[in-house]
Every structure is written in structure tokens, then in C-alpha cells.
Write a protein of this length. Structure first.
Ligand code: TRP
Length: 332
């Protein structure tokens, strides 16, 4: 039996280098492993927990699909689909709402952070981890590759699954585990290197985006906040340099010791040029593929991928939801 892998990304614009190194690049590695069967979806239902402009959202959803493919996700090897195409996600979410406590949702750090930035907090934002649990539990996922920031959501998904199983019937839900890559899991903001690099940072210099030009990447890295020591050394006391070393290491596969050795006689200027160049070289083939797929002649191809993905996902989700409905006592 192959292990089941599932993950999703919200369609909130162009992905960052952090999303690529911490998540997508990992997805691409996993898809090559025959021990795993992978599903990757676009978490469009999650995205409306914060305000979205409909036309922009439609563009963002399509763009994430193209970014998935441009980064190397292969629709022949994985199931790729949109969450809203499989209605069981929302339906299971409702069931799981009734195995989840207000108290545990109010402790979610992502909720606390995001709700601080808004006046009218949506119930959906509060409830988001329950929908995420539904996404995962519908497909009996063994492993969920996510960034470090999603660890807490994985824990609550396990708690919800355990609670459902103990209230109703053992073994309805498999308990999922997070799959978090060390080092690359946390690429930080270039402007505030103690904070995660984020798609939604107000300061656009804080994040490198998948589609940034070579010049933009150079400019952002050159402006990255560091310290005044001018010595390329890996240390928790130097969060800016540590972050750039993490990025450089992730795109070149060099160890921290190798990097320290490489730049022992140079200052931050030279180091930053090397980091920016290596990042731009990594992103270049992705950008070429993105531009190719983002043209009218590939419309039908993109559509066919989503249709095929949704059909397959729906077959599985349908059976799981049937089992759950039956377990809770609904009449078929
Ligand atoms: N919450 C995840 C994020 O913001 C996205 C997501 C939604 C997800 N449902 C999921 C990830 C299920 C993994 C599995 O990054």
C-alpha cells in the first residue's frame, strides 16, 4: 500500500521563494517517490476567509495552477485539483465543526495573528483549521507536507480525527502526520528576518516572488537587512545573514561550512550578489515554463488537468463522506 500524501496552497497571488523552497520543491521531490501517492490541491475555499475581489481571485486560482505546473508538479504522477470542485470538503468541514471546540480554535496562532489585522473577523477565518482538517481527513492522508507555520493546524487535525474516532467509531479517520523539511521550512522576510517570508507582506521588498525578474531579485537581496559585522557566518545572532545563507544553501545545496569558506574573504556585497544570482538561476526555468503555460493555447490543457484531478479526488471523497454520514447516524 502506498502512503497517501496531501497538501494544498491558498491562491493568494504569486508564490514566494519561501513557498517554493519550503513547500513546492518538496512536493516535486515526493512525486518522484514510488512509495507515495500524492494529491495537491488549490485551497480556494480557504482563501475567502479574508476579503477577495472575485475577478482577482479567479486570476489567482489559475495562476497557482500554472505555478504548480511550472515548478514541476506533474499531472500524470499526481492528482491536482481545486478544492471547490470537490464539494465534500465543505460538507465534511460541517461535520467536523461538531467535534471541535471553540477554545482550541481560539488558541491557533495563525488565527490570532490574522484576526489582529482586521476589524470584522469572519467566522470562516476562525473555522479555517476545521476545513483544513476536512481536506486532510477526507483522503486518509498519511503525511501532509507543509511549512513550519502549519504544524499547529496539523495537530488540531489529528485531535479532531482522534475525537471523532473515539466518539463514534475507531478507524474512521487516519491520523495524519506533518512532513516538514528542516532548514528550508523557514525562509524569512528580507526586511525583518525574524518574521516569515510571506506572500501578503505589505512591504514588497520583504519577499522574493517566483516571477520576479533578475533585476528585482538583485535589488531586493542587496537591500536585505543584515548586520554591521560584514562576516558571513551562520549564527542565531545574525538573523539576516542566517536567512541569506539558508536561501543560498537551499538553492545551491552547499552546506553552511562550505558557504562560510566560500565567502571568508568577501564582505556582504559579494555574498549578496552570489545569493541573488543563484536565486535568479533557480527561478529562470520556472518563469519560462510559467510564461509558456500562461497563454491561450494552453487553456484547454489546464482545464483538462483540473477536470481529471477533481474527478479522481471526488471518487475518494464521496466514499469517505458516505462512511462519515453513516457513522454519525444520517439515513442514506
Ligand atoms: N492552510 C494551508 C496554508 O495556508 C493551506 C491548506 C489548506 C492546506 N488546506 C490544507 C495545507 C490541507 C495542507 C493540507 O498554507
Amino acid at each position: 500500500m502506498k502512503k497517501q500524501i496531501l497538501s494544498g496552497i491558498q491562491p493568494s497571488g504569486i508564490l514566494t521563494l519561501g513557498n517554493y523552497l519550503g513547500a513546492l520543491r518538496n512536493f516535486v521531490k515526493i512525486q518522484e517517490d514510488d512509495n507515495y501517492e500524492c494529491k495537491f490541491f488549490i485551497a480556494d475555499l480557504h482563501s475567502i476567509t479574508v476579503p477577495q475581489e472575485p475577478e482577482q481571485l479567479r486570476k489567482n486560482i489559475k495562476s497557482i495552477l500554472i505555478q504548480y505546473l511550472a515548478c514541476g508538479l506533474d499531472p500524470e504522477k499526481n492528482t491536482i485539483f481545486m478544492q471547490s470542485h470537490v464539494h465534500e470538503h465543505a460538507e465534511l468541514g460541517w461535520i467536523l465543526n461538531n467535534c471541535t471546540y471553540m477554545g482550541e480554535l481560539s488558541r491557533m496562532t495563525q488565527y490570532k495573528d490574522k484576526s489582529k489585522k482586521q476589524d470584522n473577523i469572519r467566522v470562516g477565518l476562525f473555522d479555517y483549521p476545521v476545513l483544513m482538517a476536512a481536506d486532510i481527513l477526507l483522503y486518509d492522508a498519511d503525511y501532509v507536507p507543509v511549512g513550519e507555520d502549519q504544524r499547529q493546524h496539523l495537530e488540531i487535525a489529528r485531535d479532531i480525527a482522534k475525537r471523532f474516532n473515539s466518539i463514534y467509531k475507531d478507524d474512521v479517520f487516519k491520523l495524519p502526520k506533518p512532513l516538514i523539511t528542516e532548514n528550508t521550512a523557514r525562509i524569512m522576510s528580507l526586511q525583518e528576518p525574524t518574521k516569515k517570508m510571506s506572500k501578503s507582506d505589505d512591504n514588497k521588498d520583504a519577499s522574493i516572488f517566483l516571477l520576479d525578474s533578475r533585476d528585482e531579485i538583485m535589488r531586493k537581496v542587496k537591500r536585505a537587512v543584515t548586520d554591521s559585522e560584514n562576516c558571513v557566518k551562520y549564527s542565531d545572532d545574525k538573523p539576516g545573514i542566517k536567512n541569506l545563507m539558508n536561501i543560498y544553501s537551499a538553492v545551491t545545496d552547499k552546506s553552511y561550512t562550505e558557504i562560510e569558506e566560500e565567502f571568508k574573504d568577501s564582505g556582504y556585497g559579494q555574498f549578496k550578489t552570489a545569493v541573488a544570482t543563484a536565486v535568479a538561476d533557480t527561478l529562470e526555468p520556472i518563469q519560462e515554463k510559467y510564461n509558456k503555460l500562461n497563454s491561450p493555447e494552453y487553456e484547454d490543457y489546464l482545464k483538462s488537468i483540473c477536470e481529471k484531478g477533481a474527478k479522481h479526488a471526488h471518487e475518494i471523497a464521496k466514499n469517505k463522506l458516505k462512511e462519515v454520514y453513516d457513522t454519525v447516524g444520517f439515513i442514506a
